[in-house]
Write a protein that binds this ligand. Structure first.
Ligand code: NAD
Ligand code: TYD
Length: 355
């Protein structure tokens, strides 16, 4: 049986990917996750007893552990999602971002180097290390600039994006120097089920339902290119199967929206699906708050390469994806409540207090 090692598989995208892999492929999935504040075993309830799912709590930077897992399960592919992923947290405290995103990725690569170099020739050729990265490494676009292609120079602006950029460079170097068959994907903002409610879309859904203010940083005109998480998962599987070793693939949803448009859309869907008992529209809760320092104005992905070389395009429109997403949160309020009961509340106080 083929084995994939997924890191960060208890987080938002990772847990969607683990479920997708178990449903759609015959592979065994070894899921290595440290279970930081963002890792949540409730994201994996549907695959808890799945015979091809092995969950291991641990750190990608723990070399003895990763050496052991690689030797024991002999994966033919690794998909590296594990990271600190929230820009605002990287502004409040960058250290964990350096630790996991840069040093953790380095240790994982070293472990992989040792494992891969001992593989028989055929397995060496078949092996893939897929590093999941972000469009934020390319920096910020003006309103008129063309979307990011894979050859855009790196210009990260936040501690988060700088740490991801650094890890991308390490991955690239391990291909060029040691020949490890790597693939890197840089994708745009994801949304969908199981996203931690510190990120824009789930935060807006949860605050609206509680009648709390909907904080919009600055003027709300910042633009992101939104990708439904299920589409991201199919893209990663497609790149794993058909991507050329050493190459980078940008993944985007072709749905550029301002933050204000996003919040308006979410409010309008909630007005339909879960109207406020007062009958008043949720848009009344919108509050403009102090901007994020160094807030990137616009991200947009040019996904021509992955479409042309691999044949992947997103299946979901923004309109279909956002209805699915809001519906999912409404049907899984206990999931969100269980998070809200924990230390997540401390974060809310820290981030929004002075805004
Ligand atoms: P997330 O924060 O929801 O999940 C990250 C997961 O990694 C958590 O389960 C956490 O416990 C785990 N983790 C953290 N440090 C670890 C460590 N040292 N060892 C093992 N596990 C560790 O993040 P996400 O939104 O699912 O993002 C996944 C990946 O995709 C990240 O690499 C992120 O940079 C990238 N990405 C995310 C987006 C997005 O919109 N969410 C967009 C582009 C790229
Ligand atoms: P976020 O979900 O944090 O993703 P990223 O910063 O990686 O793009 O934020 C998406 C956009 O929404 C970003 O421009 C910041 C903005 N935002 C708000 O306006 N208010 C909020 O409370 C949050 C969390 C984000």
């Amino acid at each position: 049986m083929e084995t994939i090692l997924v890191t960060g598989g208890a987080g938002f995208i990772g847990s969607n990917f683990v479920q997708d892999c178990l449903n759609v492929t015959e592979s065994r999935v070894v899921n290595l996750d440290k279970l930081t504040y963002a890792g949540n075993l409730e994201n994996l309830t549907s695959v808890k007893d799945h015979p091809r799912h092995v969950f291991v709590q641990g750190d990608i930077g723990d070399r003895p552990l990763t050496d052991k897992l690689l030797g024991q399960y002999k994966p033919s592919a690794i998909v590296n999602f594990a990271a600190e992923s929230h820009v605002d947290r990287s502004i409040h405290g960058p250290e964990e971002f350096i630790q996991t995103n840069i040093i953790g990725t380095f240790h994982l690569l070293e472990s992989v180097r040792g494992y891969w170099s001992e593989l028989p020739e055929q397995e060496k050729e078949r092996f893939r290390f897929l590093h999941v990265s972000t469009d934020e490494v390319y920096g910020s676009l003006t309103a008129e600039a063309p979307a990011f292609t894979e050859t855009n120079p790196y210009a990260p602006n936040s501690p988060y994006s700088a740490s991801k950029a650094s890890s991308d460079h390490l991955v690239r170097a391990y291909y060029h120097t040691y020949g490890i068959p790597v693939l890197t994907t840089n994708c745009s903002n994801n949304y969908g089920p199981f996203q931690f409610p510190e990120k824009l879309i789930p935060l807006i859904v949860m605050n609206a339902l509680k009648g709390q203010s909907l904080p919009i940083y600055g003027d709300g005109k910042n633009i992101r290119d939104w990708l439904y998480v299920g589409d991201h998962c199919t893209a990663i599987r497609a790149v794993l199967a058909k991507g050329s070793v050493g190459e980078v693939y940008n993944i985007g949803g072709n749905h550029e929206k301002t933050n204000l448009e996003i919040v308006h859309t979410v409010c309008d869907i909630l007005d339909e699906l879960a109207p406020d008992s007062s009958g008043a529209p949720y848009r009344r809760l919108i509050t403009f708050v102090k901007d994020r320092p160094g807030h990137d104005h616009r991200y947009a992905i040019d996904a021509t390469k992955i479409a042309g070389e691999i044949g992947w395009t997103p299946a979901e429109t923004f309109e279909s994806g956002i209805i699915k997403t809001v519906t999912w949160y409404l049907e899984n309020l206990t999931w969100a409540e269980n998070i809200a009961n924990g230390s997540y509340q401390n974060w809310i106080a820290e981030n929004y207090e002075d805004r």
